[in-house]
Design a protein around this ligand. Structure first.
Ligand code: TXA
Ligand code: MG
Length: 324
């Protein structure tokens, strides 16, 4: 069963908005590339994005809003430099990264303390987000390793089979992704080159720093030092391995079941029903809580390496390696 492709009528947009609010996935046009959207404040819906994209790991997502006022709900504060950029380039292909409020689920930001937000100028994207009445998390609508789609004909059949609705807005105006900037009180850093040229940014805020890898390959935040890693050492258990607890404060990250061993200081369970999507939706939250618990070490159970289980295991192994 392939998702229906609908022209951007008022009815289709209203239906897509209902789908989003109910936790479904909608492919929609923006002025840059097509996005694969989900309700950004619904961690379970966002987990499905990673499932459908078949990403072997979690990457932080851009949250799309219909009106600049939407940013106040998502960001802690907006420095003056960021306000100037937003006034000049929104609506449009500029994404701004700033510290997030707690309402933004950790799976959206892959555990980072910041969230990327943009207000697209495409009228269909705007109408959809406004009608849905919720911010929309959306990566480009391509399966992992494919190019970003700039018209519905590019949307891979495998992806089409796994979303709920596709809105056809014709070819995208820019055809390259948005420019991403991180903003602090001190500086503006370009994290990904994109549809807004660096010169245009500099005309508004003066010299900016480039931190983009190479011109056509964005710096993946997975490589950035500030990518979230627990401060507490993490060990991933082998199947059947038991945990030595004596004399240490040990935390336990279970997949399905609270362990019988009562000597753990803190325990988190990813999904009592063994639902990998729920486990993915809760992973960063559980890690954060264990990390706050003043433990000497966190032991994590392995999860099955299928579907989202691959991304979960990737994240756990990175967490384990980063302290090694
Ligand atoms: O034009 C676009 O930006 C399109 C349309 C759909 O809006 N979206 C897009 O999303 O290109 P995606 O997921 O393919 O790329 C998002 C980029 C990734 O490179 C990700 O690492 C970066 O944004 N990103 C997201 N949140 C971030 C954060 N908090 N800090 C740094 N980089 C972040
Ligand atoms: Mg992409």
């Amino acid at each position: 069963m392939h998702a229906p492709i609908r022209p951007p009528t008022e009815e289709a947009i209203a239906e897509a908005a209902r789908v989003l609010r109910a936790g479904g996935l909608v492919v929609f046009p923006t002025e840059t590339v097509y996005g694969l959207g989900a309700h950004a404040l619904d961690a379970y819906a966002v987990a499905r994005i990673f499932e459908v994209k078949n990403r072997p790991r979690f990457d932080p997502l851009i949250v799309h809003i219909a009106d600049p006022s939407g940013m106040e709900e998502l960001w802690e504060a907006v420095p003056d430099r960021a306000r100037r950029l937003i006034e000049r380039f929104w609506p449009g292909p500029l994404t701004v990264v700033l510290p997030k409020r707690p309402v933004v689920p950790d799976i959206v930001t892959a555990g980072l303390p910041t969230v990327a937000v943009r207000m697209p100028s495409h009228p269909v994207a705007q109408a959809l987000i406004r009608t849905a009445g919720v911010p929309v998390a959306a990566p480009s609508a391509n399966p992992f390793g494919h190019l970003s789609p700039t018209r519905v004909e590019h949307i891979a059949p495998a992806l089409r089979a796994r979303v709920d609705l596709i809105i056809d807005g014709g070819p995208c105006e820019f055809g390259v992704e948005s420019t991403i900037v991180g903003v602090t009180e001190e500086a503006v850093t370009v994290l990904r080159l994109g549809a807004v040229p660096v010169e245009a940014l500099e005309a508004v805020v003066g010299p900016v720093t480039l931190s983009t890898g190479s011109p056509d390959r964005p710096m993946s935040p997975g490589q950035l030092p500030r990518h979230y890693a627990p401060r507490t050492p993490v060990r991933v258990l082998r199947p059947g391995e038991t945990v030595p607890t004596s004399g240490r404060r040990v935390g336990y990250l279970a997949f399905r079941q609270v362990p019988v061993d009562p000597s753990f200081q803190a325990v988190e369970v990813l999904s009592p029903t063994g639902d990998l999507r729920e486990a993915a939706a809760r992973l960063f939250d559980c890690l954060h809580r264990l990390d706050e618990a003043g433990l000497d070490v966190i032991y994590a159970e392995p999860v099955p390496e299928v579907g989202l289980g691959r991304a979960i295991m990737d994240r756990l192994r990175r967490a384990a390696a980063e302290v090694g």
